[in-house]
Ligand binder design. Structure first.
Ligand code: ADE
Ligand code: ZN
Length: 325
């Protein structure tokens, strides 16, 4: 019999999930039909069979292509509502959810359609002590001017957005490219996070902290390659939102047994476990907790620490944190 805690019952926060990455193949087909669009594959099974990725880019190509089915406010609402139901059933008490407006604006879907749909689902889910927020990501493989324009378009909706992030293809797109738009976002009172050290080098993590002023690093697994960076992350208690199943599926690590999470914990880093793009990577947050429990032999105390870290790292006030801990 297992003595490890029930990963579903463990209260936790999810801080790294892309709402477009929760678009399950079944929903791709349902939305394609509802919107009169040709589905991207002959069957659900055919679509799922394509989910074998060599690296981040091979995933992003399919991730962006599947978004073509998201057209209306109702589509964005239904996408978020489905994720929120799932994560609440997995013990998530607070969720901070990424979305990629540029991927929708480029297809002629307006900012208001996206934000109103997502925000309505979050508002409906805020019951029984559950909370949720939106973080708007800029696509780092697009020009900095496009990010600036995206922030301008989001200004009427900032009451529904807690922060900004930076995602998409990392290598060749250092954080410093986005210095100006992050400064503007922080001046507007938004929180800031950035993907860094997923495929990119430790220098990108330093830049995200020093140039963008981010309060958390998304992924950050390659930070371990920089001893001075590790010391800084530990001393300043900068949280890292780690996504173990994503790292395996995108070949950041060869398999779960090789994942550096135990080393990150041993270094005293504020690490959290998250799902990234659960419809593509084989599971939601509970499956990620189960994978590190079973694949890395993490102890009950380790799992509790990961959950406690998620509340420390969340963009919530002290009162709410005390309630959740
Ligand atoms: N967009 C969605 N998932 C991502 C990831 N894991 N890294 C960078 N950009 C992303
Ligand atoms: Zn991510």
């Amino acid at each position: 019999m297992s003595h490890t805690p029930n990963v579903l019952g463990l209260p936790k926060a999810e801080l790294h999930v892309h709402i477009e990455g929760t678009l399950e193949p079944e929903m791709v087909f349902a939305l394609a039909e509802r919107n009169g669009i040709a589905p991207p594959a002959p069957t659900v099974a055919d679509l799922r069979a394509r989910y074998r990725f060599r690296d981040l880019q091979s995933f992003l190509d399919i991730y962006y292509a599947n978004m073509a089915v998201l057209r209306t406010e109702r589509d964005f609402h239904d996408l978020a509502a489905a994720y929120l139901t799932r994560c609440r059933n997995q013990g998530v008490r607070h969720a901070e959810i990424f979305f990629d407006p540029q991927a929708h604006l480029a297809r002629g879907v307006e900012m208001g359609t996206v934000v109103r749909g997502l925000a309505a689902a979050l508002e409906e889910a805020r019951t029984d002590g559950f909370s949720a927020e939106l973080i708007m990501c800029f696509l780092r493989d697009q020009p900095a001017e496009s990010a600036a324009e995206t922030l301008r378009l989001a200004e009427p909706f900032l009451d529904r957005i807690v922060g900004v992030g930076l995602d998409s293809a990392e290598v060749g797109h250092p954080p410093s490219k986005f210095a100006e738009v992050f400064r503007r976002a922080r001046d507007l009172g938004l929180r800031a996070v950035a993907h860094a050290g997923e495929e990119g080098p430790p220098e990108y993590v330093h830049e995200a902290l020093d140039v963008l002023g981010v309060q958390r690093i998304d992924h950050g697994v390659r930070a371990l390659e920089g001893p001075a960076l590790v010391a800084r992350l530990r001393t300043e208690r900068i949280p890292l939102t780690v996504c173990p199943l994503s790292n395996v599926r995108l070949a950041v690590v060869p398999d779960i047994a090789a994942h550096p999470l135990p080393r990150m914990l041993a270094e005293g880093l504020v690490v959290t476990v998250n799902s990234d793009d659960p419809a593509y990577f084989g599971g939601y947050i509970a499956e990620n907790f189960a994978a590190v429990r079973d694949g890395l032999g993490l102890s009950t105390d380790d799992l509790r620490l990961l959950a406690a870290n998620s509340f420390e790292a969340a963009f919530i006030g002290e009162e709410r944190r005390a309630e959740l801990l």
